[in-house]
Design a protein around this ligand. Structure first.
Ligand code: LAN
Length: 728
């Protein structure tokens, strides 16, 4: 299946009459704040013409010219960058659709609805279009993510979204979705998050929601289960959710929600005992079943804690503290918030606390626009407010690896990219850093923008690496001072775990046993930070690049850090020679990083049994046509699962892995290079294939720019090692 390509799921026979006029959509990128606008008048259209990038994202013809056919790897890389540079946005960054998860639009749309936010007609139409395009044609449902099988979570939530946006219950597509939902037992069988949102809407009663007590935030810090120890995404969702739960806030019933009460269940609303369905969940949703311990805790909370001990006084204290933390999260990010799950929930908290017309609600409303994206299929929610810093850093690095940074043609492109990174390094720690349990961020880069403001270990690493590499080339300006580069390095040196590995946002703060309290049901490994070969490698290679340029700065700390990190990488290798990837699919992704780490300290095919084993693991999986292809099932099952077709992105990853490892034989690598070159289009682009990324083991997410970034890098590395011979 194509991850981001044209519609794959429109029910047969259904034509979409509701399409907006795609020549009217524009993407604005204001210092990394990306928002889509639908122009109403011809004057506006004239004043603001559609760019090539707009057209590309919208699936309209870009009419970019055919390029001289590439005959060598470097020519192909050059053609690739020629095309990709046309997609660079105003401030110098790259952007893209960042979809995949199917549970993000529901949070946003339900929040709009209950806060009575006016939803522009064009938004409403295109969101429905997207959802209908992504509805599974066989059964009429939606899954956890675009490629996943239908679940109650996906189906109930997206059904509700379509209805809130005006779809008729009698629409054949809705009838089909409803039939599936009923077959799966109805909305009472949804996971915790579905029950939460439906209770906010007033479609289920709050009794159906397992407790989300804000008083957990009052636990002293030493308590092993205290929320500050959880993975940041879990605690930042738990935070506003606990506030709303504690208030038992629901939207007043109206005709539409009354109808929905009839549509979503298999029995009459009045006859449902909601309390008895707290733990009901359909098997397809139950990726991570609740443990008996959690069930006991929930029982104690419901039958003892809440009725007997949860005094008014305690509730007020807990709500006040949680509210303060919600407010600080908003202030520390100018209401952008960590991600599109907590942002709508925080907005709802502001609505409850500050009132419907408050500044906080209005600002949230504005900033929530940044999660939306428009493509040929319609409007979707991105997994973050963009991929700005991450994809821009990688693009710089890939261009340098392919020798293209020296090419005067690309100098303006890369200079702009550098300007973007300059603008998005974080310069100040968060306000009330200790009280909000935040990790430091001075010197850091995040995944998206400075506003969002969350340190990520590998985003900082890839960005600072890109900056150091580019600024080293004499033709580029020194926009980021040594001082600021050292700040980034100081920050990275705080990000190592006792194991030697690095996590994503913070060093690990709690025990893996906290997974026993994982209540989300649909995700695995979410409760605490883990070690990741990807993040660890990024930090290691950033430190290596840094030491080469500044050999005296904190030399001993860096040496110690790297030694411990490499020990972790070695330990994380599986007996079959592979590494499991947590953020890209899957073994090819992690293998690329791990082998890069080992190569950076001179451990290669020539001198290491471990590296030879890793190479063999990859070579054993090379496909007939020279490519590699893994499906997302690898992530879910932990076993390498072959895709039916090789994938450009994974082929590039495997190629980079083998080259970094110093694999000596040219033949398999040349075959892979030929495959990548063969898939390139005449205008230099590569087409979208299957989905590339993952989080929490079970949810997939698109990285459409990887099909440009990694082939360019792989082709460059290959040419450097084996020469830029004619291959086509
Ligand atoms: C991301 C996107 C980027 C990703 C990498 C930098 C690639 C990774 O190496 C470290 C982790 C990080 C930053 C990451 C963490 C989890 C995110 C934010 C996401 C996968 C994008 C969406 C996801 C977020 C959790 C989605 C909201 C869902 C919840 C369960 C809260």
């Amino acid at each position: 299946a194509k991850a981001n390509g044209s519609a794959n799921g429109v029910l047969s026979g259904q034509r979409n009459e509701e399409k907006t006029d795609y020549t009217r959509w524009r993407l604005r990128d204001d210092h990394g704040k990306q928002t889509w606008h639908y122009l109403q008048t011809d004057e506006q259209m004239k004043a603001w013409p559609q760019t090539t990038a707009d057209k590309y994202f919208l699936g309209l013809p870009t009419n970019l010219p055919d390029l001289a056919p590439a005959q060598t790897p470097l020519e192909a890389a050059r053609n690739g960058l020629t095309f990709f540079s046309k997609l660079q946005l105003e401030p110098g960054n790259w952007g893209c659709e960042y979809g995949g998860p199917m549970f993000l639009l529901p949070g946003i749309v339900i929040t709009w609805y209950v806060t009575e936010t006016a939803i522009p007609e064009a938004h409403s139409r295109e969101i429905k279009n997207y959802l209908f395009a992504r509805q599974h044609p066989e059964d009429g449902g939606w899954g956890l993510h675009i490629e996943g099988e239908s679940t109650v979570f996906g189906t109930a939530m997206n059904y509700v979204v379509c209805r809130l946006l005006g779809a008729s219950a009698e629409d054949p597509r809705m009838i089909k979705a409803r039939a599936l939902l009923h077959k799966l037992g109805g909305a009472v069988n949804g996971p915790h998050w579905a029950k939460f949102w439906l209770s906010v809407l007033g479609i289920t009663e709050w009794d159906i929601v397992n407790p989300v007590p804000p008083e957990l935030w009052l636990l002293p810090d030493w308590v092993p289960i205290a929320p500050w120890r959880w993975w940041i995404h879990m605690r930042m969702v738990f935070l506003p959710m606990s506030y709303v739960w504690s208030k038992k806030w629901s939207y007043p019933l109206n005709d539409l929600t009354r109808e929905l009460r009839k549509e979503l269940f298999t029995q009459p609303y009045e006859s449902i005992n909601f309390g008895s369905h707290r733990n009901s969940i359909s098997p397809v949703d139950n990726y991570h079943p609740k443990t008996w311990i959690l069930n006991v805790i929930n029982w104690v909370l419901v039958y003892l804690w809440i009725p007997l001990f949860r005094t008014r006084n305690l509730v007020e204290q807990a709500e006040a503290w949680v509210w303060k933390l919600v407010r600080l999260e908003d202030e520390n990010s100018d209401f952008a918030d960590l991600a599109p799950v907590n942002a709508p929930m925080n907005m709802l908290c502001c609505h409850i606390h500050d009132g419907p017309d408050s500044y906080s609600v209005r600002r949230h409303r504005e900033r929530m626009e940044e999660f939306l994206w428009v493509k040929d299929e319609g409007m979707l929610a991105n997994g973050t407010n963009g991929v700005q810093s991450w994809d821009t850093a990688f693009t710089i690095q890939a261009s340098i690896e392919a020798g293209l940074a020296d090419d005067p043609k690309f100098r303006p492109v890369l200079t702009k990219a550098l300007e973007f990174l300059e603008d998005h390094q974080m310069r100040e720690d968060p306000k009330e850093k200790e009280a909000t349990y935040r990790h430091r961020r001075k010197g850091a880069w995040g995944f998206s923008t400075r506003d969002q403001g969350y340190t990520v270990s590998d985003c900082t690493s890839e960005a600072v690496k890109a900056v150091m590499m580019l600024q080293y080339i004499p033709q580029y300006p020194q926009l980021i001072s040594d001082e600021r580069i050292k700040e980034a390095i100081n920050l990275l040196l705080t990000m190592q775990n006792a194991s030697g590995g690095c996590s994503s946002y913070e060093p690990t703060r709690g025990s893996e046993n906290l997974e026993l309290l994982n209540a989300a049901e649909v995700f695995g490994r979410i409760m605490v930070e883990y070690d990741y070969p990807e993040c660890t490698t990024a930090v290691v290679t950033a430190l290596s690049t840094f030491s080469a340029l500044y050999p005296d700065y904190r030399a001993q700390d860096i040496r110690d850090f790297k030694r411990r990190a490499l020990d972790y990488i070695r330990k994380a290798q599986r007996p079959d020679g592979s590494w499991y990837g947590s953020w890209g699919i899957c073994f090819t992704y992690a293998g690329m990083f791990a082998l890069e780490s080992l190569a950076s300290v001179g451990e290669t095919y020539r001198n290491s049994k471990r590296v030879r084993k890793a190479c063999q693991f990859l070579l054993d999986r090379q496909m007939e046509d020279g490519g590699w292809g893994e499906t997302y099932k690898s992530c879910e099952t932990g076993v390498y699962c072959q895709h039916e077709r090789s994938q450009v992105v994974q082929t590039a990853w495997a190629l980079i892995a083998l080259i970094e490892a110093g694999y000596p034989e040219r033949e398999p690598l040349e075959k892979a290079v030929k495959l990548i070159m063969g898939r390139q289009q005449r205008n230099g682009e590569w087409l979208q294939e299957a989905i590339e990324g993952v989080f929490n083991k079970s949810c997939m997410i698109s990285y459409p720019n990887y099909k440009f970034i990694f082939p360019i890098k792989a082709l460059g590395l290959y040419a450097k090692k084996f020469g830029d011979d004619r291959l086509q």
